[in-house]
Every structure is written in structure tokens, then in C-alpha cells.
Unconditional design. Sequence first.
Length: 93
Amino acid sequence: MAARSGQVTVATAGTAVKGPDVPGQTFAFRALDANTNPVYIGTDEAASPDTSATVGFPLHTTGEILTLKASNLNTLWFDVTTNGEKIGWIKVD
């Protein structure tokens, strides 16, 4: 059975990581409560700079949830401003 939820950990702040290979249509995202700063989600690793505070959508640890349509989680990129912070995700469809 394919994964229906998980976490993306960004080891090095400022270096965007690609999401895992999870086919789907709709995903929901939330910054983990233990994070100390916003996390960022974007679609273009080729942007200059990478998905980041400049070109990504921010998620704060206030409980906000972002829902996105994507054919696969690996089409999205994740970045943080503090090493090791995480983004939780769940496949909605």
C-alpha cells in the first residue's frame, strides 16, 4: 500500500529538498509544532533562489494547513530557515 501520510525533513536550511515519490491528486501540509521558524513549499527547484522565503509559500507553526493539487508529491520542493525542521503531509484523495 502506498504511503498516505508522512514528513519531509530539510536537513540543511536554504537547500530545498524534493518531496517523496507519492502519486496523488491532493495533499495537505502543516509545519510541525516543534519547528522554530516557517517552512516553505514551492514547485520550482530551478528558481533562483530555490524554494525559499523568496519564492515559496510559507507555513507557520500556528496550525495553518495548506492544501495543494499535485500529480505526485515529488513535484513539490520544501525548504526551511532552520536546519532539520519538518513539514507533515497527508494524501487527501
